[in-house]
Write a new protein. Structure first.
Lengths: 115, 113, 521
């Protein structure tokens, strides 16, 4: 049961991120919610990487264990973090430009394109 | 290369259509060539006929703008368009909301059926 | 060394190289940069064409990245493929060819179109990056790599949509797209992670070979289908699409059309190659059909009332994607019923695949004509246009061809693919074909409106100085017009050489899996 704890955390964080997008009107807070969403997925990937009885996939000075775990989830997480960094930076710079053009970061007022 | 495309219930043949196009073009051009070229220029004969109304000098006055095109269609379907345009609020979180609702709908129903 | 086998890697390397060399190249001035843009996209087109020829002649080709040998999918006797594998079957090669044609046309068009603006080094860089992301989505055989490429293309397109960053609406459109696509990619990533957690692999073919339907797999399927359907603009999730298409610079809009097709490719890859016959229930096929019908009808009815030219065309994209979803959904519905498949299912898939080609060509051409109008007149609103046919005869001619093709007027290619879809979806239920026909009529109606208000009618005094657009833009449009006319005049040749191998590869799940796992299912 306790082994599933990371997945509960992932679920709670994911829902928090998803709800956060809808609960707030502030664009910066929406960007934070999107980051939380990304972090929850990263925790999910890292949690997947743990296998009972496995050891780190390093040949030297890595202890006794001989069953190594494939480092794919870690590689995936690193990639996902880099991508999340890029998109967060882009989102924030877009919000900055929105502020400059619209004079507001209330999501309900940024709707010149509609219909 | 010029073969037929079979759809299972019928077929489509581009070359037959092109043949038809040339036949129709021939008749159209033939009919046009029957017109008279000896009309009197500069008289009433080369005036534009506009349902008996006076033709305005500037054509811009009588153009129908694109927003007014299909006015009747839009008027007849007003409740439908009211709902549809009401859906397109243009608010970023609404857009995400529709997406999340659609995924949630799919997720719930695929587990039920 | 037979370098034909390196084509799957080359098609990715060339645009990526272009993306990173562009800032250096733009130090050499305008001409060097423009030559780079056109040369890179032309090379991509050549490689895509050769890859397509190679795949048709020699079957599925794959490429192992980071392995000892590029053609060894199962190194050192392992039962599972662990490396990053690019897998190109006839369907991927077909999609890559479509994408590369559009990318080339868009690049030619952008050379003149973007001439008046600064920051073009960044534009060329992002354009090449977007091409690389799009092609990558089409050639990858790995679900996590698919996520990477979808993110590369998303990030490049956020930048390109907001390229005119002094326009408030461009920023707004880019922000909306960024937000929804970021949430969507997280769903894709969680699906990829769940598949890894269950089967310990990420290769699509290998997952497809061991997949068994359970609750987890169902949720994964829903996440992937929902997110990818959002990315290609299906009805209730389409609101970002007209905004983004209307506000992006036109060369980019043209490429975005191909990028949305890459998402559709991913959707089909998931449905046919990973899940395929193991999907079990007919829920997802029916949902694809329902989404398709909704996109078709509501998309086009929104388009009829628009008066901004690119926004109108953006809503048409929504409705055209519906046709493909309908055709491919009908095919998916009868996937494990051999008799219905032979009767109408395969025709529906052929129609869907042919419609992908047609849609990519004529929609890209329509956006380019809209961009040409904007370039010549500086106006986007149809209310302010009129009588352009006298001033811009070539653009008008190509617009008429594209508009006739999208409305499904015979003898154009749009008619052929729509005919295949009508007649096969009719066999499932007549209602499907009726909705498709009504949509086609409304499509024609809205393009008659565009044609009448923009090109016909008396000349506006404000447009007296309008001239035809420069040659490079016209050539960009001519490339697409030639593709449309070719597919229109030789439909049976196009169907048998271009479409049928792709459709066959799409339904051949065991072939896709066998190429990686060495025939052992």
């Amino acid at each position: 049961m306790i082994g599933n704890a990371p997945f509960f955390v992932v679920g709670v964080l994911f829902l928090m991120g998803l709800l956060g997008i809808f609960m707030t009107k502030n664009l910066i807070k929406i960007a934070i919610a999107v980051s939380i969403l990304g972090s929850s997925v990263n925790i999910f990937l890292v949690a997947l990487g743990y296998r009972t009885g496995g050891t780190i996939p390093v040949h030297f000075l890595a202890g006794e264990g001989s069953t190594m775990v494939m480092p794919t989830p870690q590689a995936m997480t690193l990639t996902a973090i880099v991508i999340a960094l890029a998109t967060t930076a882009l989102l924030l710079s877009l919000i900055m430009l929105v502020w400059r053009h619209y004079g507001t970061i209330d999501v309900d007022e940024i709707r010149r394109l509609r219909g | 290369m010029w073969g037929k495309v079979y759809t299972g219930f019928g077929y489509w043949d581009a070359s037959a259509w092109i043949l038809f196009f040339f036949i129709a073009a021939f008749f159209t051009l033939w009919l046009r060539s029957q017109g008279r070229s000896d009309y009197k220029k500069g008289t009433d004969q080369d005036e534009i006929y506009w349902s008996g109304n006076e033709v305005p000098e500037d054509g811009e006055d009588i153009t129908v703008p694109a927003s007014s095109a299909y006015w009747g269609f839009r008027k007849a379907l007003e409740p439908f368009y009211k709902g549809l345009l009401g859906m397109h609020t243009g608010i970023a979180t609404d857009i995400v909301g529709y997406y999340v609702i659609a995924v949630a709908f799919l997720a719930v129903f695929i587990l039920l059926v | 060394m037979n370098w034909n086998e390196h084509l799957p890697a080359l098609i990715l390397i060339i645009p990526l190289f272009g993306a990173f060399i562009a800032p250096v190249c733009s130090l050499g001035g305008k001409t060097a940069r423009n030559i780079l843009l056109v040369a890179i996209s032309f090379l991509t087109l050549i490689v895509a064409f050769m890859l397509w020829r190679h795949v048709l002649a020699n079957g599925i080709s794959y490429y192992v990245m980071g392995g000892d040998k590029f053609n060894l999918s199962l190194p050192s006797g392992m039962a599972l493929p662990v490396r990053i594998i690019l897998e190109v079957d006839a369907f991927s090669a077909f999609m890559a060819l479509c994408g590369a044609i559009v990318s080339f046309a868009g690049a030619l068009f952008s050379v003149n179109y973007m001439n008046r603006f600064t920051g073009m080094g960044r534009f060329v860089s992002l354009y090449c990056l977007l091409t690389a992301g799009m092609i990558g989505m089409m050639v990858t055989g790995d679900i996590f790599n698919f996520f990477i490429f979808i993110e590369i293309s998303s990030i490049a397109s956020f930048g390109l949509i907001a390229f005119w960053r002094d326009k408030p609406t461009a920023i707004e459109a880019s922000f909306k797209y960024a937000l929804i696509s970021q949430v969507g990619s997280m769903f894709i990533l969680i699906a990829a992670g769940a598949l890894y957690g269950r089967y310990n692999m990420l290769n699509m073919a290998a997952i497809g070979s061991v997949l068994k339907m359970g609750s987890m797999e169902k949720l994964v399927l829903v996440f992937l289908v929902g997110s990818l359907a959002m990315k290609c603009g299906t009805f209730p999730m389409h609101m970002w699409l007209p905004d983004a298409y209307a506000e992006a610079p036109t060369g980019v809009t043209c490429l975005l059309v191909a990028v949305s097709q890459a998402s559709l490719y991913g959707l089909m890859r998931v449905c046919f190659s990973i899940y395929g016959a193991t999907m079990g229930s007919s829920f997802i096929p029916w949902m694809l059909i329902v989404f398709g019908l909704a996109s078709m009808f509501f998309g086009v009815s929104m388009a009829v009332v628009q008066h901004e030219i690119k926004r109108l065309m953006g809503y048409h994209s929504v409705s055209q994607v519906g046709y493909m979803l309908l055709g491919l959904g009908v095919g998916l519905l009868v996937l494990d019923d051999a008799r219905a498949m032979a009767d109408y299912g395969f025709t529906a898939i052929k129609g869907g695949v042919f419609h992908i080609f047609n849609y990519t060509m004529y929609k890209a051409l329509l956006f380019l004509t809209a961009g040409a109008i904007y370039y010549a007149t500086g106006k986007k609103d149809l209310n302010e246009m009129g009588g352009l046919a006298r001033r811009m005869p070539y653009t008008t001619f190509m617009f008429v061809i594209a508009a006739a093709a999208i409305s499904g007027l015979p003898p154009f290619n749009g008619f052929v693919s729509k005919l295949l879809i009508y007649e096969s979806s009719f066999a499932v239920h007549p209602f499907l074909a009726v909705v498709a026909l009504v949509t086609s009529v409304l499509t024609l109606a809205s393009f008659v409106k565009v044609f009448q208000t923009a090109f016909l009618g008396p000349e506006k005094s404000s447009l007296a100085k309008v001239q035809e657009v420069p040659a490079a833009m016209l050539i960009g449009m001519v490339v697409l017009t030639a593709a449309i006319l070719g597919a229109s005049l030789f439909p049976s040749w196009t169907l048998s050489t271009l479409v049928e191998p792709a459709a066959r590869a799409l339904v051949d799940q065991s072939g896709y899996i066998g190429a990686i796992l060495g025939g052992g299912m």
